[in-house]
Design a protein around this ligand. Sequence first.
Ligand code: NAD
Length: 431
Amino acid sequence: MSAARTLGLDGPGAGLEWRSDLYRTACAQLNLAAETLGLDPDEHTRLIEPRRSLVVNLPVRMDSGELANFTGYRVQHTLTMGPTKGGLRYAPDVSLGHCAALAMWMTWKCALLGLPYGGAKGGVRCDPRALSADEMERVTRRYVAEMAPIIGPNEDIPAPDMGTGEREMAWFYDTYSQAAGHAVPACVTGKPVALGGIPGRRQATGLGAVFVLEAALERLGRPLADQRFAIQGFGNVGAVAAGELHARGARVIALSDVTGAIADERGLDVAAVVRWRGEHGTVAGFPEAETIDRDALLELPCDVLVPAALEHQISADNAARLRCRLVAEAANGPTTTAADEILADRGITVLPDVLTSGGGVTVSYFEWVQGHQKYNWTRAEVRGRLRSQMREALEEVVTTSEQLGVSLRTGALSLAVRRVAEAARLRAVYP
Ligand code: NAD
């Protein structure tokens, strides 16, 4: 392996502060794109490690009266492209290395979609399901206060991710604005519409994935309505994607969440599953379908598998058993490097996460523009712009992949890396 190929995999950062399986996956992907492009080693070196990070301790008064410590993170991958942008995740496995990988992917996502941001990611290591609403509020407000030195409407703009949503973004916005002494709607995106949010932000990632799928299937001459979909994850992204696919006449033959999975070859009534999950807190047991093992969903025969839950769900352990023709990565980082190679050998096309899951940050960008301009967008404008940007990005990724003779993932990353590296070269190294 050449020196360039190992960057980030055995360097000091990878071994120490950024260490995580996810960061190794992100570095391996970047290295492959760099090799494909023949990237200048200086530019490669500048992109491999995050530019800035902050780890904070959050002392939070629990409902019981006890004081608990939480750890909060924010990682900014590159400051070259403008302010940084990326989600805020509340989950038990949030770590600095985890955020580093997710921040790097945000850089590529923004570059692919033509958004004027570098990538960032943050989070709090906690189990959000074990916290009351009051505890979540105190965690969120303290996180905002501690991150004050590096966040802001022109510095770094968070958004929802796993375990957070409009409610947390509303607390975020309020805390930041209280400190500023006036409303700062552009400090965070994914806010409720009543607080300067944009119509359609909550649906944006799932809908964006469906726009990409629609265009990709058109290119393959396979009408979306004729396809059978299995979707892992029934949260913000998975449930919306399922609903949008169902509305377009496609058959959603299986769905899962953390508690279990359901399958029906005839196609599930997604709205009925949403109601069932609302009443029972799980998709499992939905009476009009068979309840199956949660992870068995990944191996069901289908046309399109949509991972919309967690990272590293498709690995060397199960990639050989997938029975789909296409994987549409609506989650971030659902496929390991080893699995990618197995899928490629098996002729299974992967629509990569940096493209397919880019709808959320695209509509977040519209919301940020709205916040700065104080000029409101309509739902139709949001959907129309989102559709055209996702389709355009797919076309550019397909063209680049064909020109370079590589997979869609390496094509997407190569295109994004080329854009960011060019900007870094033009700005040069200071001092
Ligand atoms: P969410 O917390 O709303 O939903 C996650 C869903 O996954 C839940 O239904 C949960 O039960 C399910 N889940 C968890 N573990 C599972 C498992 N082992 N098997 C099956 N299901 C499981 O989160 P989300 O916002 O929908 O995010 C999902 C993915 O999409 C993440 O990778 C996230 O980073 C990515 N993403 C989200 C956004 C966004 O705007 N929310 C944007 C881009 C990417």
